[in-house]
Design a protein around this ligand. Structure first.
Ligand code: NAI
Length: 713
């Protein structure tokens, strides 16, 4: 066997050690399942074996399913039958272990999550190491699934329905002491005693029959709704789960149903019920969208799948940052935290020091929350050297420019840095709106010039949009990606265009919000519809945050550069009135669409109803949701058509990680595939008729729809 070792000790105790030969983590894969099932049969058939310890040779016990096996199935179109088959083998394996007549004890030496936790739950006894890192839990709900190998049946029978539901719905992982208190494990022991504790239990000749396999077993909850306390609990749990997920995520409801239906039935019938709910989730769009975008494709991007091959790795040892403002200071911080020395330059020493102080404040927060020791924090901070002297840039391996968003200022600092940095050092700009190819003109080696667009706050936002200028070389892309990998951010790679990808599509969201306001849609309806659609904040609230001046400046700049070829955004009038008539630029300027009372909660500006009177007839919330999501999806499709995006994956990742487009949709492009391209085109046509040509699908999209192809399949 490749991933499991079976040793039989002198006194008839077998030790099954999980040790994935291909990965650093034990994972539930088809190969693992068949080996483990084979081991169970060997153990069951061998009279010399009295009992078995299941443990792991890795630092962790076992994580969940190996999701990479799902990618191809998703692309092909996962059917209910495929999904049922996917869970049948591990479910049967657990059940066979549980009923084979020999006792199994899990010696949990490290974390046991998802499928790993379900394996542990199917053992007859659980001993866990006393180590806070050895968390156990069933986080499936977080990827749109439920534990499909008995987790929704064993856990409630072991710890009671109420506790089980709170764990299953919360997707939480708990450390050993908490797992013991909740009844998930039976003993917490020091690491050195782990195997011995497991042997001790086996030597006591335990009965290898689970409680639910005994004759006459009936948990109190088997009464279903006749058990009043439970009835109350179940009637609340469903709606509470729906309310929390705004009906966008089916997994919580499926979990409540699986537990509720299963607990009233014999165990094996419960497993079948669980299988049915699991298969519906796995073959549905939401789990696919979440898993494909946030695990499979994010994983590939993190492994730098877009890095050109054949270019030697070139880690950055020293980074030069120009501009120590909000973004420059954030970039300096994440680089230093990634082990990179940083020269942080600003126009005055005071500004440069202020940038370093920002990192100090983040680090002291980390120390307070016990995420770092003081010594570690000191080491990170010591890597940042504030300066005003360009000569200090003489040894840097990469420069990132983050001064004011002004072409002339950027050109000036670029030329000054270029005069001192080594001849092969690449130069990146963190501009949010200025075309990269234009900025590259101020740099004598345009092939070495690239865009690295970070998001605010840099320490928390996972995405970096890497922008290729017209002349950017493959080697520069490779080096930029190496740096993004070093600081553990997720890169997407896009081609130069006005607003690149993320700013361009994000703008359509805020413009549509303001267009709705202009039409007389009640502001609360706009904001709530956006949140119900899964956007983290309403378009009016987020416009207040970035300030109305920003989209206005972008529009004016585009108009100045493109003349009549530029179509003013649909929200132009709203922006103009908010700025010129009402002087309400946004939160920083004392208020915008919202008021921000000191010490109180923000609320919609009371003057809005006079400024933009509500129409007598209000649209259906579903229509507002659709407009808000579809306008973003449509613009992303245009980015693909124009070659700004080379791959739908970048569109999805950028939207989910960059501005919080809902994960249930999988991103702006997965949304189109989820709706179905022909239906999407038809719906956009209908929206265009009613609300304007910005919703008109292009010929390219129509042809794609007519050809019957989606973006992924
Ligand atoms: P900021 O105003 O906070 O910081 C700019 C810094 O550059 C200031 O510390 C300023 O003193 C310094 N600076 C200006 N001229 C300089 C010069 N000639 N020499 C040296 N230092 C100089 O601005 P922020 O927000 O950090 O933005 C910086 C860049 O990042 C801009 O290009 C912006 O468009 C871009 N960006 C901003 C994002 C945001 O959310 N604020 C997001 C992504 C990109």
């Amino acid at each position: 066997m490749k991933h499991i070792k079976l040793d039989i000790e002198a006194d008839g105790i077998a030790v099954l050690t999980l040790d994935n030969a291909d990965e650093s983590m034990n994972l539930v894969s088809p190969e693992f399942i068949s080996e483990f099932a084979e081991a169970i049969e060997m153990i069951a058939a061998d009279d010399a074996i009295k009992g078995t310890i299941v443990t792991s040779a890795k630092p962790a016990f076992m994580a969940g399913a190996d999701l990479k096996f799902l990618g191809a199935a998703f692309d092909k179109g996962m059917t209910v039958k495929d999904a049922l088959a996917f869970r049948q083998a591990p479910s049967d394996m657990h059940r066979r272990m549980e009923t084979c007549g020999k006792p199994f004890v899990a010696a949990i030496n490290g974390l046991a999550l998802g499928g790993g936790c379900e394996l542990v739950l199917s053992c007859h006894y659980r001993v866990i190491v006393d180590d806070p890192k050895a968390v156990v839990g069933l986080p499936e709900v977080n990827v749109g699934l439920l534990p499909g190998s008995g987790g929704t049946q064993r856990l409630p029978r072991m710890v009671g329905v109420e506790r089980a539901l709170s764990m299953l719905l919360g997707g939480e992982s708990v450390p050993p002491a908490e797992a013991l208190a909740r009844g998930i494990v039976d003993e917490v022991v020091p690491a050195a005693d782990l195997l011995e504790a497991a042997r001790r239990w086996l030597r006591g000749n335990p009965d290898p029959l689970r409680e639910w396999d005994r004759k006459g077993y009936k948990p109190p909850e088997a009464l279903g709704l006749l058990n009043l306390k439970l009835a109350q609990h179940f009637t609340m749990a469903g709606p509470a789960a729906s309310a929390k997920t705004l009906h966008n995520y089916p997994a919580p409801i499926a979990i409540v149903s699986s537990v509720f239906e299963g607990i009233q039935l014999p165990f094996d019938a419960g497993l079948r019920i669980e299988g049915k709910h699991f298969a519906r989730l796995l073959s549905g769009p939401v789990a696919r969208n979440i898993i494909r975008t946030t695990f499979l494709n994010k994983g590939k991007a993190d492994r730098l799948s877009r890095r050109p091959a054949g270019i030697p790795k070139s880690p950055v040892k020293t980074l030069g940052v120009l501009g120590a403002g909000m973004m420059g200071a954030g970039i300096a911080h994440v680089a230093a935290a990634g082990g990179i020395d940083v020269i942080l330059l600003d126009a005055t020493m005071e500004q440069a020091e202020k940038g370093k102080a920002y990192s100090a404040s983040l680090l002291s927060r980390d120390v307070e929350r016990k995420r770092r020791t003081q010594a570690q924090a000191d080491a990170v901070l010591a890597r940042i050297s504030p300066t005003v002297d360009y000569a200090d840039m003489a040894g840097v391996d990469l420069v990132i420019e983050a001064v004011f968003e002004d072409t002339a200022i950027k050109a000036d600092v670029t030329a000054r840095a270029a005069a001192v940095i080594p001849a092969a050092t690449p130069f990146a700009s963190n501009t949010s709106t200025l075309p990269i190819s234009g900025l590259a003109e101020a740099f004598e080696r345009p092939a070495d010039f690239i865009g690295l667009h970070f998001f605010s706050p840099v320490d928390r936002m996972p995405l970096v949009e890497v922008i290729l200028g017209k002349k950017t070389s493959e080697a520069t892309l490779a080096r930029a990606l190496d740096f993004v990998g070093q600081i553990r951010k997720t890169p997407i790679v896009v081609n130069d265009s006005r607003g690149f990808y993320t700013s361009r599509v994000f703008q359509t969201f805020i413009h549509e919000g303001m267009a709705l306001l202009q039409e007389g849609v009640a502001p609360a309806l706009i904001e709530n519809a956006a949140k119900q659609a899964g956007m983290p904040v309403g378009p009016l609230a987020v416009t207040d945050e970035v300030t109305i001046e920003l989209p206005m400046r972008i529009a004016k700049q585009a108009e100045a550069e493109m003349g009549t070829a530029y179509k003013l955004p649909v929200s132009y009038d709203v922006m103009r009135r908010m700025l010129d008539e009402f002087r309400r630029p946004g939160r920083k300027g004392g208020g915008g669409f919202y008021d921000y009372p000191e010490g109180g909660r923000k609320h919609l500006w009371t003057g809005l109803k006079d400024a933009f009177p509500a129409a007598a007839e209000q649209p259906d919330v579903e229509e507002v949701k659709k407009r808000i999501l579809y306008i973003q999806a449509l613009e992303t499709a245009r980015c693909l058509e124009e070659g700004v995006l080379a791959d739908p994956v970048d569109g999805d990742l950028g939207s989910v990680l960059g501005w919080g487009f809902p994960t249930y949709a999988g991103g702006t492009i997965s949304l189109i595939d989820t709706v179905g391209l022909p239906e999407f085109v038809a719906e956009c046509d209908s929206l265009a008729q009613r609300f304007g040509a910005r919703f008109l699908p292009s010929d390219w999209l129509r042809q794609k729809a007519a050809a019957g192809s989606g973006f992924y399949s």
